[in-house]
Design a binder for this molecule. Structure first.
Ligand code: ATP
Length: 440
C-alpha cells in the first residue's frame, strides 16, 4: 500500500516537472524565436463565411500534403472515386518555405471539457477541428497582408477543382408512414454531364442573354438582400421533345458550378413532403421539375372528374372520393407555394427550372413573371444551331453540303436531337443531308 502511494506521488511529481519543463522551454523558445500564432477557428475573410474560409484552408493544406508524401495520414476518396483528397491529420505539422519565409501550419482539435451526446435535429455542433499558423514576427506584414489571402483564393480554387457537382433525385415518399425515420429524402450520384453553353446548339444572342442573366443572378446577393427578396430565379424552358431542354439545364449547372435537384413530383406524397424536400436542398443549386404539364394535366383531370361528379349530383362535396394512397396528392397551389412561397426564403442562390412540351396548357399562375422570371423557347434546329452541332460532332466549320442543309432546315422542322443523331459517327465527308431532311 505504502509502495503504491509513493509510486502515485512520484508520477504526480513527474508530470508537474514535465509541465514546468514544457512551459520553460516554450518561454525560452519564444524569447529566442519570437513568433506569432494565428488560430483559424473564427476566421472569416472579406467575402467568405467561416465554413468557406475553413474549407479553403483545408483544401490548400490538403494539396500541400499531396506533395509531401510522408505527411499523408488521412486519405479519403471523393464520391467520383477517381480523385483522392488528402488532408492533414490532427496534431500534424507542415512547414512551408516561401522563398525564405518559413511558416508552420498545425492541425489540431479542441477537446470538449464535458462529454455530451448530441441528439438534436438540424445543424450538427461546430467542428472541433482548427488550424494554427505560426511565423516569425518580422514576416507579419507579408503573412497577414499577402499570404493569408493567397491561401484563401488558392484553396478555393483547389476545392472547386476537386469538387464534383451532384445530381440529386428524390426518394419516393408515397406509402411511407409519417413517422418513418429517414436519413434523407434525396439520394445523389456525381453529376457527369459535360454539356456547356459553347456546345449548346442555339442562336448565339439567345445563349448570350441566358449566360449574362445567370452571371448577374450569381453576383447579385447584396441586391436581393437589399430588396428583401429570396435569392432565387425561375426559368421556364419549353419546346418539343429533343430540342435540348435537359442539355440546357446541364449547361447551366456546369456554368454556375451548382448541384442539380431533379424533383420527380409523382413520387412526392403531398405538399408537406414537398416542403420537406425543399428544406433539405442546399444552397447553390438548380431545382428541376421536368414535364410539369404532365403533373398539371393529372390535377386538372382529377379536378374536372370531381366537379363533374358533384355537378351530376353523384357525390356531395363532402363525400368526394379520396385520392388513392398510391398517388401523389401534391396540388398546384402547393407547387406555387414551393416555387415562391415563404419556404424559398430558407436558403439562397437557388434556381428553379420547369420544363414543358406544352407551353400553352400551363396555368397562367405558374407562368407569371416573378415566379418564372425567364421563359426560354427551345425550338427546332436552325441553320445557326446546325453549324454548332457540325462543329461538335464533326469538328468542321463549313462543307459543300451546308447550303443544301440550310435550305432543308428552313423547309422542315427537325429537332437538334435528330440532327445530332444523324451526325453521330459520321466523318465530315459522308454527312447525309437527306437523312437530316428525312427526320423532319
Ligand atoms: N440544343 C441542343 N444542343 C446540343 N445538343 C442537343 C440540343 N438539343 C438536343 N441535343 C441532343 O439531343 C439529346 C436529347 O436532348 P434533350 O434531352 O436535351 O432534349 P429535351 O428537350 O430535354 O427532350 P425531352 O423533352 O424529351 O426531355 C441530347 O443528349 C443532345 O445530345
Amino acid at each position: 500500500m505504502e509502495r503504491l502511494e509513493s509510486f502515485g506521488k512520484l508520477a504526480e511529481w513527474g508530470s508537474s516537472a514535465l509541465s514546468i519543463i514544457f512551459r520553460v522551454s516554450t518561454y525560452v523558445w519564444r524569447r529566442i524565436y519570437p513568433y506569432i500564432e494565428i488560430t483559424f477557428t473564427e476566421y472569416a475573410g472579406e467575402h467568405l463565411k467561416r465554413s468557406e474560409a475553413y474549407a479553403a484552408i483545408d483544401a490548400y493544406l490538403g494539396d500541400l500534403c499531396r506533395d509531401t508524401a510522408f505527411r499523408i495520414r488521412a486519405m479519403t476518396s471523393n464520391e467520383g472515386g477517381d480523385n483522392v483528397v488528402f488532408s492533414m491529420d490532427d496534431n500534424e505539422e507542415i512547414v512551408v518555405d516561401l522563398d525564405g519565409v518559413k511558416v508552420w501550419w498545425l492541425a489540431s482539435k479542441a477537446v470538449p471539457r464535458v462529454t455530451s451526446i448530441y441528439l438534436g435535429r438540424g445543424a450538427p455542433p461546430e467542428d472541433p477541428r482548427y488550424y494554427r499558423l505560426a511565423f516569425h514576427h518580422r514576416h507579419r506584414d507579408f503573412v497577414v497582408g499577402h499570404y493569408i489571402s493567397f491561401v484563401l483564393s488558392k484553396g478555393k480554387q483547389i476545392a472547386a477543382d476537386q469538387r464534383k457537382n451532384k445530381l440529386y433525385t428524390n426518394k419516393s415518399t408515397i406509402g411511407c408512414h409519417p413517422y418513418e425515420l429517414r436519413e434523407t429524402l434525396w439520394s445523389h450520384v456525381p453529376f457527369e454531364h459535360r454539356a456547356k453553353f459553347e456546345t449548346l446548339a442555339m442562336e448565339e444572342n439567345k445563349k448570350r442573354g441566358i449566360v449574362e442573366d445567370l452571371d448577374r443572378f450569381r453576383s447579385n446577393r447584396d441586391y436581393y438582400r437589399k430588396l428583401g427578396k429570396p435569392w432565387k430565379r425561375g426559368y421556364l424552358l419549353y419546346g418539343p421533345p429533343g430540342t435540348g431542354k435537359s442539355t440546357m439545364i446541364a449547361a447551366m449547372a456546369n456554368h454556375l458550378d451548382y448541384d442539380i435537384y431533379d424533383l420527380e413530383l409523382t413520387s412526392v406524397k403531398d405538399n408537406t413532403d414537398m416542403r420537406k424536400l425543399l428544406i433539405e436542398t442546399k444552397d447553390k443549386c438548380i431545382i428541376v421539375i421536368e414535364d410539369v404539364d404532365y403533373m398539371l394535366d393529372l390535377w386538372n383531370r382529377r379536378k374536372k372528374l370531381i366537379e363533374a361528379q358533384i355537378g351530376a349530383g353523384k357525390v356531395k362535396a363532402a363525400l368526394v372520393p379520396k385520392v388513392s394512397d398510391e398517388e401523389s396528392k401534391v396540388t398546384l397551389p402547393g407547387l406555387l407555394n414551393f416555387i415562391d412561397g415563404l419556404w424559398t426564403s430558407c436558403g439562397g442562390e437557388r434556381i428553379i427550372v420547369l420544363t414543358t412540351n406544352n407551353y400553352e396548357s400551363l396555368d397562367p399562375a405558374l407562368k407569371r413573371r416573378g415566379r418564372m422570371d425567364i421563359h426560354v423557347e427551345m425550338s427546332y434546329c436552325s441553320y445557326e444551331a446546325f453549324k454548332i452541332l457540325a462543329k461538335n460532332y464533326l469538328n468542321i466549320d463549313g462543307h459543300q453540303l451546308f447550303r443544301k442543309i440550310k435550305r432543308l432546315l428552313a423547309e422542315n422542322e427537325v429537332t437538334p436531337a435528330e440532327v445530332a443523331e444523324a451526325l453521330m459517327h459520321k466523318s465530315g465527308d459522308d454527312v447525309d443531308t437527306q437523312e437530316v431532311a428525312d427526320r423532319a
